[in-house]
Design a protein around this ligand. Structure first.
Ligand code: FDA
Length: 298
């Protein structure tokens, strides 16, 4: 038996892939409040503001799935332009589908390598986001190949995948961002308790390992468990980081930074915000009500 929340979530995730719904939503008088809550308008100003508050950033130039090589090359250009705006110590989050992963693994690898090389010159790190389940084998193949030249390149593990623990065990010495998972996948854990359990199992492996764990969650219980495990595993405050999304629990972000923790905010920007916004709404039915109210108020 599925809960109302589960059904709503599936519906929102299906809408996130619908071109028709995208046209409807992006051409409707959607208040800029809803988009502006989760997506940075002026990226330079937002990064400057967060940095002044003692927060680290990872910036996502919005855009997914390209259908030809020219679009993938344009996405590389967008990322190189983004790098020019970022201070040393920043991170960029990239989506391999935007760089052509579904066209060819080799193409995505070449494009990601060009971004990693430019980022290194600026003292900026790169993290590869995890997307739909069919892209995960390609993601890890590209990550492994990139690590030979760019050992600092990070990758995301989605705890909801049944092999997430296995992944974490294999990613020895790597920068790994652990998150619950924002898409759907056959065989994936769907019950909250199962996803949380998988998250904690992965976290234990990453914290006890030799890599750099990036704990991407807003879940207060998992944040507490991460901080406890870090202490037990003898990691100091520079030995791991928390990550949260721009616009989600900003007071908690400030609290953790105030304690001296490394707190990195994932900041998406750009005009291609539709699928990103739909996934954020799917995470929380209360957000959906907020979204519908803002549509109705126009
Ligand atoms: P959960 O959804 O249980 O939320 C815990 C609490 O946080 C909620 O009760 C609420 O208070 C608050 N909260 C959570 N989401 C909220 C929202 N949208 N609006 C308002 N409040 C909210 N996924 C993926 O598949 N691939 C990826 O590469 C990434 N990358 C990534 C980077 C970073 C930095 C983060 C924080 C997350 C991701 N994700 C991701 C998304 C992730 O998989 C997951 O969908 C969301 O983080 C929500 O899960 P939580 O762990 O926050 O818990």
């Amino acid at each position: 038996v599925f809960s109302v929340e589960h059904v709503l979530r599936q519906a929102m995730l299906a809408l996130s892939k619908s071109r028709r719904a995208e046209r409807l939503v992006t051409t409707s008088p959607l208040t800029s409040d809803v988009v502006g809550r989760y997506v940075a308008g002026d990226i330079g100003a937002v990064v400057g503001d967060l940095t002044r508050k003692g927060l680290l950033v990872t910036v996502d130039h919005l855009g997914e799935e390209v259908t030809d090589q020219a679009q993938a090359e344009a996405a590389v250009g967008d990322h190189l332009a983004l790098l020019r705006l970022l201070p040393a110590g920043a991170d960029v989050s990239i989506k391999l589908t935007a760089l052509g992963l579904r066209l060819s693994r080799g193409l995505a690898l070449d494009h990601a390598a060009a971004i990693c090389a430019a980022a290194e010159r600026k003292g900026v790190t790169v993290t590869l986001d995890a997307e739909e389940h069919d892209t995960i084998p390609g993601l890890h193949a590209v990550h492994a190949a990139l690590r030979r030249e760019h050992p600092e390149v990070g990758v995301v593990v989605q705890a909801y995948l049944p092999d997430s623990l296995d992944r974490c065990e294999k990613l020895v010495g790597a920068r790994v961002r652990l998150c619950k998972g924002a898409y759907t996948a056959p065989g994936a854990y769907t019950r909250t308790a199962d996803i949380d359990r998988a998250f904690v199992r992965c976290l234990k492996v990453l914290m006890a390992g030799t890599g750099y764990p990036m704990v991407a969650t807003h879940d207060p219980r998992l944040v507490r468990i991460a901080s406890t495990l870090a202490v037990l595993d003898g990691r100091d405050l520079t030995g791991f980081e928390y990550q949260m999304l721009y616009g989600v629990r900003p007071e908690e972000q400030a609290r953790l930074a105030g304690l001296g923790a490394r707190m990195r905010v994932y900041v998406p920007y750009g005009s291609d915000w539709y699928a990103y916004l739909m996934r954020r709404l799917a995470e929380r039915p209360r957000n959906l009500a907020f979204f519908l109210r803002s549509l109705a108020s126009r």
